[in-house]
Design a protein around this ligand. Structure first.
Ligand code: ZN
Length: 187
């Protein structure tokens, strides 16, 4: 999951939202659910059933844009095959141990690619941390942040947190950020 707040950018959240929507449509997703209120845009998109057959493909994407021009937040969440899906028994057993890693990897890559396009449409000069999608104004700030990741990793080598970090599941946002428009991170 990627989430970040944007302040004083020359971008309209409504415009950001429609850009994300057309990006997803270009990627072959169908918008299945859409909710727009004032200062709040929310969509759920998914791949057609045919395309979902390929293992490891991103299946669902959720996007939320909230706020006004001058201060808004964007959240992107790409999901993979749910455990509830009917996977043929034999294939299910064969891939049980391997699939989650493959799927997570694929979703992570997809998120990274989408996130980069979304962010750079808002502000092409922003630098993106590949590990958690955090944004920085300069290469120097990004490098400092990446150093922090390395230190964190060393400090928590043996803990559970480390494996979660490695899988890109926490992304720091869940730990430090609040709810939408709450005490998240802003740039
Ligand atoms: Zn990072």
């Amino acid at each position: 999951m990627k989430r970040h707040g944007f302040v004083e950018k020359d971008a309209d959240p409504a415009q950001v939202y429609s850009n994300v929507k057309s990006l997803l449509q270009t990627e072959g997703f169908k918008v299945t659910d859409e909710e727009t209120k004032s200062n709040y845009w929310d969509l759920h998109a998914r791949k057609s059933s045919l395309e979902r057959i390929a293992l490891g493909k991103v299946r669902d994407v959720d996007v939320v844009v909230a706020g006004n021009k001058g201060k808004f937040e964007v959240q992107l969440n790409a999901g993979v095959w749910g455990r509830d899906l009917a996977i043929p028994a034999i294939e299910g057993i064969a891939t049980l141990g391997v699939a989650p890693a493959v799927e997570l990897h694929s979703a992570h890559e997809f998120e990274e690619r989408m996130w980069e396009q979304i962010v750079h449409k808002i502000d092409p000069s922003l630098k993106i941390c590949q590990l958690d999608g955090f944004l920085f104004n300069s290469e120097q700030e990004l490098q400092n942040h990446i150093k922090m990741h390395a230190q964190q990793q060393q400090a928590s080598q043996s803990s559970m947190m480390n494996s979660m970090l490695m899988m890109g599941m926490m992304g720091g946002v869940g730990m430090m950020g609040g709810g939408m428009m709450g005490g998240g991170l802003w740039i």
